[in-house]
Write a protein that binds this ligand. Structure first.
Ligand code: HEM
Length: 144
């Protein structure tokens, strides 16, 4: 087993716990063989080397994901609560904060972007519409 690269706090020190060992993804990616198999599931790093031969879904599918983020494949299979419980015994640390996907942050930013436009567009379109209707009915009432 390789020496873990305990890399301390993240760039901004956010969310890093001194009790947790953090691994860079490049470090995880090196453990992609049957001799040493690590994988990432939901931002956590697992050393599943000794689990390979015990996996009910077979060794092959695990080796395909070795050294990588297997979150999607793990969830796609719809693993049971027992399987999730088993993960704990293979847990060795967390993905380094700098390597975490900024998925949720991106979502928040894109919602903000869309809504910030909506705040402008809705009143402007509304005002144009009201102006149009007003002129239309005003012209109608004048001509009759
Ligand atoms: C360390 C992580 C994993 C653990 C602890 C684990 C555990 C298990 C367990 C206990 C089962 C039996 C069914 C259940 O209880 O859900 C199972 C089935 C299975 N697993 Fe995993 N698994 C892991 C990762 C993966 C990954 C990354 C894949 C990728 C494709 C995978 C694919 C499957 C498949 C195909 C089955 C068979 C499902 C079936 O026959 O219905 N597993 N796994």
């Amino acid at each position: 087993m390789a020496t873990p690269e305990a890399s301390g706090s993240g760039r901004n020190g956010q969310g890093s716990d001194p009790a947790v060992t953090y691994y860079r993804l490049e470090e995880v990616a090196k453990r992609n063989t049957a001799e040493e198999t690590w994988m990432v599931i939901h931002g956590r790093v697992y050393d599943i080397t000794r689990f390979l031969s015990e996996h009910p879904g077979g060794e092959e599918v695990l080796l395909e994901q070795a050294g990588a983020d297997a979150t999607e494949s793990f969830e796609d299979v719809g693993h049971s609560p027992d399987a999730r419980e088993m993960l704990k015994q293979y847990y060795i640390g967390d993905v380094h904060p700098n390597d975490l996907k900024p998925k949720d942050g991106d979502k928040v930013r894109s919602y903000y972007f869309v809504f910030s436009w909506a705040y402008w567009i809705v009143p402007i379109v509304g005002a144009i519409l009201i102006g149009f209707l007003y002129r239309h009915f005003w012209a109608d009432s004048k001509s009759s």
